[in-house]
Design a protein around this ligand. Structure first.
Ligand code: 6PG
Length: 508
């Protein structure tokens, strides 16, 4: 309580006045102190598994938090369960949520991509103040993010579109994060993200990606590569099972061997080893064999392929993986046609010695995996110049080296390649990758040709072979395509022997 000196003595006693001023200053300081102490550092909207784990990660790293979920019962459940005893409080309304946060506010949204994200932005915007920052950690379409960054930044709020990878475990223990937006907005959350991110031997798996929707663009391409590698491993499994009649444990053993190599050591190979060796508790059979062969998809693989085509980048391995999911969804049609055009019994062919890691198959999988990364990196380089993202390719490899679904030893080689030559046209031009391709392409070709002869679809392996063969062919037959275009539509063509644009009267 501050006691104001009586008016009569105030003018006479400057000492009393000084005491009064000091008391006021001290009280203001205390008020400010308690005000900031009671406000949380970080806010999270959306208590799905990813949201829960990310807020627990932030809190573990010293950021007191407030959470908001559309249904308050979910918030209560969290606070009484996993959030119990943590420096995390809940809010019933967005207004209460915003009021509980220190300024400038840092708010992570983990809600469904699309209209749900727009709705949250609209609803919360009325409570935000200048400098407050919204982070979208969902798998948003990068063009939506471009629009949101522009709108929100024009209202003096910050907006970061951030790809987050690593699934539920990654979110809790350390995800790989791809934040894009203005550099100033990123700087405001750098320390938070750096603490939360996965770490590898040479640093954290987060860095400023670039402006606008670049963070979500990079995450989309990450997922395109993820689709590719998942399908490649599924094709390898299919060959082991159908050609060699291997059981789950035997197949798992081979993936275990692969996971100990410099070329294939990766998270996806590691979980394939686990998936193949896991038995169903009720039937004691391998669970994988009980799963319906229809793959789901949420859109990022499709966006990757569409973006690649828009940018004019060749991505046959990634496209094949997307198409394989589409074909897999035609279950009823496939069952019917299998009866009308039956396959011959599969004749055994050489896939290599199991105890030695099935060398020919290993080589095929290595090259298709390299192709998946190479095509993804190509999309990024092209997008970097066309969309003015200014992407730092070695830094993206760094972000992906830990925490994310496509983390692998190969990413170190990819990082080295782009460090050596930041303008690398394709990984195939790097000496190490060039040598990998030269020494393994014969085995890829023999696996693809034997599989094709046996009637086993290997879309990613075969498109990789076509991709590499096209890359190493100086003269492709598109001269004839040009002739046809000119013949029916006078589209003109260029010549190999002189400069200029030419037309022939083909129907003379
Ligand atoms: C990740 C994953 C994650 C999610 C994919 C799945 O990096 O953690 O990519 O984001 O698993 O979106 O995508 P599909 O359902 O399309 O396979």
């Amino acid at each position: 309580m501050i006691r104001r000196p009586p008016r009569s003595t105030q003018s006479r006693s400057s000492a009393a006045s000084d005491v009064y001023k000091r008391q006021v200053a001290c009280n203001i300081y205390l008020l400010r102190f308690f005000y900031f102490m009671s406000k949380a550092h970080f806010g999270l909207i959306g208590l799905g598994v990813m949201g829960e784990n990310l807020v627990l990660n932030a809190e573990r790293n010293g950021f007191s938090s407030v959470v908001f979920n559309r249904t308050y019962s979910k918030t209560e459940e969290f606070l009484e369960g996993r959030g119990l005893g943590k420096n995390i409080e809940g809010a019933k309304t967005l207004q209460e949520f915003v009021n509980k946060l220190e300024r400038p506010r840092r708010i992570l949204m983990m809600v469904k991509a699309g209209s749900a994200t727009d709705a949250v932005i609209d609803n919360i915007s009325e409570y935000l103040e200048e400098g407050d920052l919204l982070i979208d950690g969902g798998n948003s379409q990068f063009k939506d993010t471009e629009r949101r960054v522009e709108t929100l930044e024009s209202k003096s709020f910050g907006y970061i579109g951030m790809g987050v990878s690593g699934g539920a475990k990654g979110a809790l223990e350390g995800p790989s994060m791809m934040p894009g937006g203005t550099k100033a907005s990123y700087d405001a959350i750098e320390s938070l993200l750096t603490k939360m991110a996965a770490k590898v031997e040479d640093g954290p798996c987060v860095a400023y990606v670039g402006p606008g929707g670049s963070g979500h663009f990079v995450k989309t391409v990450h997922n395109g590569i993820e689709y590719g590698i998942e399908q490649i491993l599924a094709e390898a499994y299919d060959l082991m099972k159908r050609v060699k009649n291997m059981n789950g444990s035997q197949m798992s053993e081979v993936f275990g061997i692969w996971n100990n190599t410099d070329e294939l050591a990766s998270y996806l190979v590691e979980i394939t080893e686990i998936c193949l060796n896991t038995k169903d508790e009720s039937t004691e059979e391998f669970v994988v064999e009980k799963i319906l062969d229809k793959a789901g998809q949420k859109g990022t693989g499709l966006w990757t392929v569409v973006s690649a085509l828009e940018l004019g980048v060749s991505v046959p391995t990634i496209y094949a993986s997307l198409n394989a999911r589409v074909m897999s969804s035609l279950k009823e049609q496939r069952s019917e046609i299998e009866k009308t055009i039956p396959m011959e019994a599969i004749e055994d062919f050489d896939l290599g010695d199991i105890s030695n890691g099935m060398k020919p198959l290993f080589d095929a999988v290595v090259l298709a995996t390299i192709a998946s990364y190479a095509q993804g990196m190509d999309i990024l380089s092209e997008a970097s110049s066309v969309y003015n993202y200014g992407l730092n390719m070695p830094s993206i490899a760094q972000i992906w080296k830990g925490g994310c679904i496509i983390r692998s030893k190969l990413l170190r080689k990819i990082q080295d390649a782009y460090q050596k030559d930041p303008n690398l046209k394709n990984l195939i031009f790097d000496d190490w990758f060039n040598n990998e391709i030269s020494t393994r392409i014969d085995n890829l070709a023999s696996v693809v040709s034997s599989s094709t002869k046996a009637g086993i679809p290997v879309p990613c392996l075969s498109s990789t072979l076509d991709y590499l063969n096209s890359y190493r062919t100086n003269r492709l037959p598109q001269n004839l395509v040009q002739a046809m275009r000119d013949c029916f539509g006078s589209h003109t063509y260029e010549r190999v022997d002189k400069e200029g644009s030419f037309h022939t009267e083909w129907m003379k």
